[in-house]
Write a protein that binds this ligand. Structure first.
Ligand code: IMP
Length: 458
């Protein structure tokens, strides 16, 4: 066995509808990187990281925080609820993970250019969802959409105001009063208590101000020192604002290029793209989902895969691997290699289906998701059926130890996607991971993981 590769910067993106297991992969790799960067979304994300006998649910803070060595950055493209960030920092501290006070400046750096999520954004998110009735998006109710809307409307309050508590309260009061009018007049909803919200914001600013620093120049300084950077995407390509199943998407860009935009960095610094995909698919919230299983098999995947949201606890919709959507994700996000997660969840199945095309109502075959979500909802997946392996793969760490049918399944996906599967996850823990193949991304992963995972190359 030889780990010949060196760690290069890497972008990790979700290749499906979010919840693919990015947290596990980022946590596994983080030790090899000088910095871990979150670049999109907010506390709608939920990353579960299991480390030794501890279990961390992260929403805003980059998953690298669990690793003592990496510094963590939150880019300008994020939307940050200061109260949620404090809750998360406190919960990390309760579990012995230091975020502040370790070094002079701590380990977490928050761009001054990110938009703040205010309590009224959350109230608007909930009120708008209620008003949408049956056509609701099924948002996480965290205020993500309204906060990005204010940003695009150029009236958002941004994170630099955390260094100016009085200014934040003054401007926050005005903006939240406008939000309250909208809540009352348009949605007949309860207004938010402004006094309380302002007090909370002031307290949050007093606490978070010291974390606010420009991110781009610090990351460039890392690169100059020879550190590799791990960019951690949230959500997934099919939830991307422009390229996902609009309007059933989140309000940020989930593609790798957004990392450069969010941090104000040259795109050439980003490195290759590792797409995270589950061995089947899940989706939370509304919107078209062509391979969804509404039967006992769907229930089996949900139960076996523990498919309940980290952020909202909602049951996830489950379905067969959708190679049409996945190939679209590979192309749209420029995914160079795939990490295939939760392979073991398929262990008991007699046969496994993969969608390889979509059939339109008139019979026409499509090989990519259409832009119009209503059309997507009417398409029938065309499946290929593969034999299952009916053998436990949990905790298998060598390609050669996988049952032949499982290797064939992985090979089939590789052929369909046109990129290699370089990591297979066979359980929630770090050590339940199999590294395979070669090439730039595989080498980078092996080098990053290093001795943390005694995984021989297959
Ligand atoms: P929002 O991001 O809260 O506005 O929600 C918009 C859509 O994205 C909803 O369908 C959510 O369920 C989905 N979503 C947002 N964040 C995540 C995530 O981290 N994992 C999975 N789905 C998500």
């Amino acid at each position: 066995m030889s780990f010949t590769g060196s760690v290069s910067s890497l972008v990790v993106v979700g290749g499906q509808w979010g919840d693919e297991g990015k947290g596990k992969v980022v946590d596994l790799l983080a030790g090899g990187f000088g910095a871990v960067v979150r670049y999109n979304g907010g506390h709608n994300a939920g990353h579960t990281v299991k480390f030794a006998d501890r279990h961390f649910a992260l929403h805003l803070v980059p998953s690298g925080i669990v690793h003592g060595g990496s510094l963590c950055y939150m880019g300008a493209g994020m939307v940050v609820d200061p109260l949620a960030l404090i809750r998360e920092m406190d919960s990390l501290a309760d579990q012995g993970v230091e975020v502040e006070g370790v070094e002079v400046e701590g380990r977490l750096f928050l761009s001054p250019r990110a938009a703040l999520i205010l309590p009224t954004h959350q109230a608007m998110d909930l009120a708008r969802e209620a008003a949408r009735g049956g056509g609701s998006i099924g948002t996480t109710g965290r205020g993500i959409g309204p906060a990005y809307q204010d940003l695009a409307q150029r009236r958002a309050l941004r994170t630099h105001l955390l260094t100016d508590p009085a200014g934040l309260v003054e401007r926050g009061r005005k903006l939240m009063a406008a939000h309250n009018r909208e809540l009352e007049l348009l949605y007949d909803a309860e207004p938010v208590d402004l006094e309380r919200a302002c007090e909370q914001l002031e307290a949050a600013a007093n606490r978070l101000g010291p974390f606010v620093h420009e991110v781009g120049p610090r990351i460039e300084a890392h690169v100059e020192r020879g550190d590799a950077i791990l960019f951690e995407g949230a959500q997934g390509v099919m939830l991307d604002l422009l390229h996902g199943t609009y309007p059933f998407v989140t309000s940020s860009s989930c593609l790798p290029g957004a990392a450069a935009v969010s941090c104000g960095l040259p795109p050439r610094l980003l490195g290759p793209v590792l797409g995270i995909m589950k061995a089947y698919v899940t989706r939370v919230g509304g919107g078209p989902f062509p391979t969804e299983l509404h039967d006992a098999l769907g229930d089996h995947l949900r139960r076996r895969g523990n498919e309940f949201g980290t952020t909202t606890g909602r049951p996830r919709r489950c379905g067969w691997f959708d190679a049409v959507a996945a190939r679209f994700a590979v192309r749209t996000a420029g995914i160079d290699a795939v990490a295939l997660m939760k392979l073991d969840v398929l262990d008991e199945l007699e046969e496994i289906r993969v969608a390889v095309g979509y059939r339109a109502p008139g019979g026409k075959l499509l090989d990519a998701p259409p832009a119009d979500a209503r059309m997507l909802a009417e398409l029938e997946p065309v499946y290929e059926t593969l034999p299952g392996w009916r053998t436990p793969t949990t905790a298998v760490t060598r390609d050669g130890d996988l049952p032949g049918a499982a290797r064939d399944y992985i090979g089939f996906l590789e052929e369909r996607l046109g990129v290699p599967v370089v990591l297979v996850s066979t359980g929630p823990r770090r050590e339940e991971t199999l590294l395979r193949g070669d090439g730039a991304v595989a080498d980078c992963i092996r080098a990053a993981v290093g001795s943390e995972l005694a995984v021989p190359s297959a």
